[in-house]
Design a protein around this ligand. Sequence first.
Ligand SMILES: [Zn+2]
Ligand SMILES: [Zn+2]
Length: 242
Amino acid sequence: MNDADCCKVGTLIDDYDLDSPRPADDSLDDYLLSRWLGDDDTQSVGYRTLTEWFNKRLLKRAYDRSGRNAMGNRLESDFEALTDDGLVKMDTIDDLEADGIDAEALLDDMISWSTMRNHLNECLGEEKEKKEASTNWELTSVDIACDRTKQKVESAVNSLMSKGKIDEDEDVDVEIKVQLCCGQCPTRVPFDVAMNRGYVCADHRSEAVEDEAVIQVNDTSSEETFYWATSVPRQQMPSFGV
Ligand SMILES: [Zn+2]
Ligand SMILES: [Zn+2]
């Protein structure tokens, strides 16, 4: 691609002389597209994952150029400190600068996920809108439902307190947890756990989908029941093995 047609990402790929970590790819852009869209070797990932990966490559390149030792998980912990805005950020910047790395400039070079999105969609002209949009729609919908439920329960709890049915002086928090239940046994797992591992019950998941890390939470024909956990005091919240 002509550099003039690209964004900050293209400039950085040139400036930092970045290649794909896979020899089979022609360029870093090929690699980014493969990971984003998914291929035989790799499951598809989102903008944020790619952005973090890209920014870590910038840091790694700065290490290589300055000869900074990257033993252990130093790169990971430096990256975390730099991007976290925590107390150790300034220390880390000083530490990198002592090794000859212009950490402030490096931070300026690091991209946001919207830059990565723009690069993939506009510069490279690829689209994955449908897939990302549908995943986001489902997760957003669950978040909204939890927020609403929490608000309703909180106002009910406040009312019960003012009526003296619950001790008014107690510091009470409401926690809403969504769980997915197996329709054939008592197994139940938190929603996010099911999302991460791609199934609800190891014993009763369909063999046909065994290799697919996909769960259709809005599919009413599936075995899983989708329900809102009722609010109970935290100390009574059942805990489940993950
Ligand atoms: Zn670009
Ligand atoms: Zn089961």
